[in-house]
Write a protein that binds this ligand. Structure first.
Ligand code: 5GP
Ligand code: ZN
Length: 141
């Protein structure tokens, strides 16, 4: 529990939410300001700020629940697809500092576009830069 965290307050029942799933580890509820009907948030009940802060066992339970919830959300919203995303860190647009997956039902004509649409242009990277990035990612795990 983190003081002043909206999602911890939802876990504690201090702030009401439309719960769609709950167990000892994971809570899922409708987003209060949905991007599409059925927009659902899936969170670990324990307060972790970012994806990489979540212990592996909890991360596995979170993913397992996403696996069940994504088709349930799509079916409930009568949507053929969904965008499933984490805003991971403030610079990426994360406003609530309690890690959460967004499950947003999608339709071909909703005008949302792919997740690539959040970027205006793509970097022009040389082979050396790509090699260095791949090396660094391999080394940093
Ligand atoms: P973020 O920008 O941090 O990835 O997304 C936070 C999400 O939480 C937003 O989509 C916002 O609508 C949702 N949200 C913020 N406060 C509340 C709340 O009190 N209840 C619910 N159900 N959703 C909230
Ligand atoms: Zn929290």
């Amino acid at each position: 529990m983190s003081e002043d965290c909206i999602f911890c307050s939802i876990v504690d029942g201090e702030i009401p939410s439309r719960t769609v799933y709950e167990d000892d580890t994971v809570l899922a509820f409708l987003d209060a300001n949905p991007l599409a009907p059925g927009h659902t948030l899936v969170i670990p009940k324990t307060h972790y700020e970012r994806l990489n802060d979540v212990p592996a066992a909890t991360a596995s339970e979170l993913y397992a629940r996403l696996h069940e919830l994504v088709p349930a959300v799509e079916d409930a919203a009568d949507a053929p697809a969904s965008t499933v995303a984490f805003n991971n860190g403030e610079a990426a647009g994360q406003e609530v500092p309690h890690v959460h997956a967004h499950v947003v039902p999608r339709t071909a004509d909703d005008g949302g576009g792919p997740i690539h649409g959040v970027f205006g242009s793509r970097p022009d990277l040389s082979d050396d830069e790509l090699d260095a990035l791949a090396d660094a990612i391999r080394d940093n795990q």
